[in-house]
Write a protein that binds this ligand. Structure first.
Ligand SMILES: Cc1cc2nc3c(=O)[nH]c(=O)nc-3n(C[C@H](O)[C@H](O)[C@H](O)COP(=O)(O)OP(=O)(O)OC[C@H]3O[C@@H](n4cnc5c(N)ncnc54)[C@H](O)[C@@H]3O)c2cc1C
Ligand code: SF4
Length: 333
């Protein structure tokens, strides 16, 4: 681990100041880093993946871990709320069951006790070439993506290139299915954007996974109340049942008409693309339909129409199609 300066931030404003580099052209891996639960950051520091000159502890900022349910049922989740707090929150379990399930699907109780929603959304990818200290692939400023022709069992089957990471967060796809927004504080103005627009494909930015600019941090996530949110789920397939990242997962939220046809739906895939992958054509194919066997089969087919697997990960196509059918079946009116 490189030597670094350590600072406890008393406020969001102070955190932003401490995180803003003197030189805006600083290499992305050498920027000061925010510390939340430390469950990912410490690993990347130890493996020299993010040799930050300064680490800024956000946990000293009062109130950033609050979860508030508004009078209309909507949620405001502070960036430092732990994954356990989300999993166990009464209003979330009742009105946003998919979010509670997604939080519960992450890692182990120990990691969920420390890991935060902000850190979960901003965690770095798990591609093992990226995680190997001795490998300098494209994402670390090198010239080659070793996964594209190497060990790519866990990599992307959709929208890959020039890097083929899959986005590791289980909360991100569910928050997109729930139409959530997030607030970012930075050296410029504070901004709020849909979680869907927070993530960036490698085509746009191969060194980074989201649109955060140097010095910016996520401060809050907002989730609107809706009939769809009440009827939401998260279904994840892991290689190791005890703890693992998603080989594939599906976040789904559906609202039904009185005649049991679908009124509205949002469907987001995880573990298959460099960003949480929303499938609008599959969502459209659900509208006005009952969730019978033929509809489920057609929707699963449409959702994976853009899949272009690498040498070792074609299994993700039928796996994801099965998860889509099963997830939607659990939501059936
Ligand atoms: C063994 C293991 C298994 C795991 N399995 C899963 C899994 O199955 N599913 C899953 O979703 N996750 C999984 N995780 C990831 C874990 O949930 C995340 O690492 C954790 O949520 C990160 O949160 P943290 O608060 O510890 O963040 P940290 O480790 O403190 O930070 C992670 C990154 O986010 C940045 N950051 C933190 N907070 C903010 C903020 N508010 N604004 C801007 N940047 C910020 C940091 O600078 C750092 O780059 C696993 C982790 C481990 C170690
Ligand atoms: S998929 Fe991305 S992180 Fe993995 S080797 Fe290729 S460039 Fe590196």
């Amino acid at each position: 681990m490189n030597a670094f300066e350590y600072a406890n931030a008393p406020t969001v404003e102070e955190a932003v100041k401490l995180l803003t580099p003197a030189d805006p052209k600083t290499d992305p891996d050498h920027l000061p880093r925010a510390l939340a639960g430390g469950q990912d950051l410490l690993t990347t520091l130890k493996a020299y993946i993010t040799p930050a000159p300064r680490v800024v502890n956000l946990k000293t900022i009062q109130g950033l871990d609050k979860i508030t349910a508004g009078p209309d049922g909507s949620l405001k989740i502070g960036a430092l709320a732990t994954l356990t707090a989300i999993e166990e929150h009464d209003a979330i379990r009742k009105n946003f069951p998919g979010l509670a399930l997604a939080a519960a699907a992450i890692a182990t109780p120990q990691i969920r006790n420390l890991g935060t929603i902000g850190g979960n959304l901003c965690q770095r990818p798990r591609c093992w070439y990226f995680r190997l200290e001795t490998v300098k692939c494209l994402k670390k400023g090198g010239t080659e993506c070793y996964a594209s022709t190497g060990q790519n069992k866990y990599n992307a089957i959709i929208a890959g290139g020039p890097s083929y990471i899959v986005h590791p967060s289980d909360l991100a796809p569910m928050l997109i299915a729930l139409n959530a927004t997030l607030t970012i504080a930075g050296p410029g103005a504070t901004r709020t954007l849909p979680v869907q627009d927070f993530f960036a494909l490698p085509k746009v930015s191969v060194r980074r996974e989201n649109v955060l600019k140097p010095g910016e941090i996520v401060t809050e996530i907002q989730v609107p109340a809706s009939a769809m949110a009440k009827n939401s789920t998260y279904l994840k397939f892991k290689e190791r049942e005890s703890l693992d990242f998603a080989m594939s997962a599906v976040a789904a939220a559906v609202e039904f008409n009185p005649d049991k046809t679908v009124k509205a739906a949002r469907l987001v895939l995880a573990g298959v693309a460099p960003i949480p992958w929303r499938v609008p054509e599959a969502e459209k194919a659900l509208i006005g339909k009952k969730l019978d066997k033929d509809t489920l089969a057609a929707v699963a087919q449409i959702a994976l129409a853009d899949a272009d697997p690498l040498e070792h990960n074609a299994y993700k196509v039928p796996l994801t199609q099965t998860l889509i059918r099963r997830a939607l079946t659990t939501l059936n009116a």
